[in-house]
Write a protein that binds this ligand. Structure first.
Ligand SMILES: Cc1cc2nc3c(=O)[nH]c(=O)nc-3n(C[C@H](O)[C@H](O)[C@H](O)COP(=O)(O)O)c2cc1C
Length: 157
């Protein structure tokens, strides 16, 4: 079964999760970064399963994820569909996931997940570091890849 994993990322953490998901799904899996121009011409018809995800900044997922979903909504809900996010606020993960996708995509998805978070202080701007320290009270780099959630997601998809 052909699987597509389409993702977006700002600092690379969601890409690590997407690669881990591809590893767990195995078989014939294509990974695309939605910021890559080639993503615009991806032929969805050849995939039976699609997983789409991104990371959350100030409550929102990347605009490339929203645009991809909006443009392909009908075809996406006709597939086995999974949606996921990478986000620092795990308590709000389900609400942030629901707010990131249209009602049609959210209710049409077979599986939904949150895969962890990364705060990489070396990659963050001064303002972002300030924001993270103030809002999240995190003062040093942290990385959590929730392999259990990724495995459950891969199995259910
Ligand atoms: C400036 C900033 C704002 C953030 N806002 C949120 C947020 O509103 N909700 C949340 O759950 N996580 C938030 N995060 C955490 C990111 O979602 C997390 O760092 C994620 O791992 C980033 O993934 P990426 O490297 O793939 O972009 C924020 C992080 C930064 C640096």
């Amino acid at each position: 079964m052909e699987t597509l994993i389409a993702y977006s990322t700002k600092h690379g953490a969601t890409e690590k999760a997407a690669k881990k998901l591809a590893e767990k799904i195995g078989g014939s899996t294509t990974l695309i970064n939605l910021k890559d121009l080639r993503a615009k011409s991806v032929d969805l018809a050849k995939f039976e399963r699609v997983a789409i995800g991104g990371s959350i900044y100030a409550g929102s997922i990347q605009k490339e994820v929203k645009e991809f979903c909006m443009k392909n909504e009908e075809i996406l809900i006709s597939k086995r569909l999974g949606i996921f996010i990478f986000c620092g606020n795990e308590e709000q993960a389900e609400d942030q996931l629901a707010a990131s996708f249209s009602e049609k995509i959210h209710s049409g998805a077979t599986v939904k997940g949150h895969f962890g978070y990364e705060f990489n202080f070396e990659k963050l701007s001064f303002m972002s570091r300030f924001f993270v320290k103030k809002v999240s009270k995190i003062t040093e780099s942290q990385f959590r890849l929730n392999e259990e959630n990724i495995a459950v997601f891969a199995e259910a998809l």
